[in-house]
Ligand binder design. Structure first.
Ligand SMILES: [Zn+2]
Length: 198
């Protein structure tokens, strides 16, 4: 999974907490970075560390236990943007918790150390709907383009939510109600709009 999906989920998660507009973009950018943080373990590949080992790619950095700890820390750190700590923590949990699970659903996934240190087992799922490239270099070759596009399409709802949020439906007001005189609004303050009794 070339991380586009993780980025989009992070951006979408940043839209959820109630926060001032000028801080929303900071929060969204921080959560997008947080969502791809586990893939920092790709830097171990040039060092000769094998992927799908505890210290390699999809090892302990992809653990949900590590993700929960990071999310709690992020929630506290995000208070600088006057955002509700718990909402920021939930958004970070979405960004980090979904990472390992989605990596399990990659085409060709060999599993993820989802529950380290509780278990060092690499967990797999039998359903792999998310396209993937075989090597990192493939991302920069023509073969990587359809994979990038497919992933962008699959996760586009998160990006859409990040940009526009939930649609707000206005209550439709009947034209006849709009056209009818509003006696309450037109009557002087304190006066009774009802006609006098005969
Ligand atoms: Zn990953």
């Amino acid at each position: 999974m070339p991380s586009i999906g993780h980025l989009m989920i992070g951006l979408g998660g940043g839209r959820y907490p109630a926060v001032a507009t000028h801080n929303r973009w900071r929060l969204m950018a921080a959560l997008a970075l947080l969502a791809i943080c586990p893939d920092g373990d790709l830097l171990t590949l040039p060092l000769g560390v094998e992927a799908n080992t505890l210290y390699g790619h999809r090892g302990l950095s992809h653990s949900m236990v590590v993700g929960v700890l990071l999310a709690v820390g992020f929630g506290r750190w995000a208070r600088r943007w006057k955002v509700n700590q718990w909402q920021a923590t939930w958004a970070a949990l979405l960004a980090l918790g979904s990472h390992g699970v989605l990596d399990c659903m990659n085409v060709g996934s060999k599993g993820v150390a989802l529950f380290w240190p509780i278990s060092s087992r690499f967990f797999e799922v039998s359903w792999h709907p998310i396209p993937a490239v075989i090597t990192v270099e493939d991302l920069f070759r023509p073969v990587g383009l359809p994979v990038l596009l497919a992933e962008a399409v699959i996760f586009s709802p998160f990006l859409l939510y990040a940009i526009v949020g939930w649609p707000r439906f206005r209550r439709r007001v009947s034209p006849t109600v709009l056209a009818s005189p509003d006696t309450t609004l037109r009557s002087p303050a304190g006066s009774d709009p009802r006609p006098p009794a005969a």
